[in-house]
Design a protein around this ligand. Sequence first.
Ligand code: SF4
Length: 286
Amino acid sequence: MSLDVPGSLSPSKVSTFRDCALQFRFSVIDRLPEPPSPSAAKGTLVHRALELLFGLAPAERTLDAALPLVDVAADEILRSEEYVDLELDNPEAFVADARSLVERYFRLEDPTAITPVGLELKLEAEVGGVLLRGIIDRLEEAPDGSLIVTDYKTGRVPGERYEQGKLGGVHFYAYLCETALGRRPSRIQLLYMAEPVAIVAEPSDQSIRGLQRRVGAIWSAVERACERDDFRPNPSRLCDWCAFKTFCPAWGGNPDAARAAAGTPVDLRVAPTAPAALPLVTAATA
Ligand code: SF4
């Protein structure tokens, strides 16, 4: 039985397919519910606090102004539909940790010197035959008039091996920016607040071509997988963070029950421990 091909993809779902085709099917095709996680909630909270900070006049973007915004964002996020069922062992420690991330953000840059031209900017563009949709955390104008794309990260800095892969996600945003707004950013940067560390790259013709090639190849693989209903599990250490592990056949689970409960077809033909047949294993972008 062939499956409907998704109409569009976000950069993170492209990564999901690359990492584990079955996880992609659970999330994008079956649309199985993913329980909210404290780390995702913390990321959303910190992003929201920084969005509020950049809504202030430049001179007002101080640490003293930012910390109360963490509480405002916490109140907003933890009451939202997405996170209202989130169970936190220690809500005070959770918010204190978010506050600490915002404090460390101030060691990475001076927000009073930044000219944002877009916050949480939703953009879409076609690449390799697929409609890509993404949200740029912050688009700013540099003093020389060029554009800079910034992605905030609340998790740990990737090892050298994974660094280009993480930057690959930001190259997506550079491409979205160039296609939707007609200007290629001069710089893309990932701000890892926990360390704090900034990883910076400059988009080029080569990086854009590489992105188009990779997305086109992944999209062809998605179409093939849908046509054959062949989404194989790819067990790895990432399984520890997978919301679908309990019903993943690679871990002895039964996806049919979860899928039936979600009202999606239960015809799943997977080899429980077979490696995923992926077109690409690298996300190197330069
Ligand atoms: S538990 Fe692992 S193998 Fe199974 S779907 Fe999730 S990431 Fe894939």
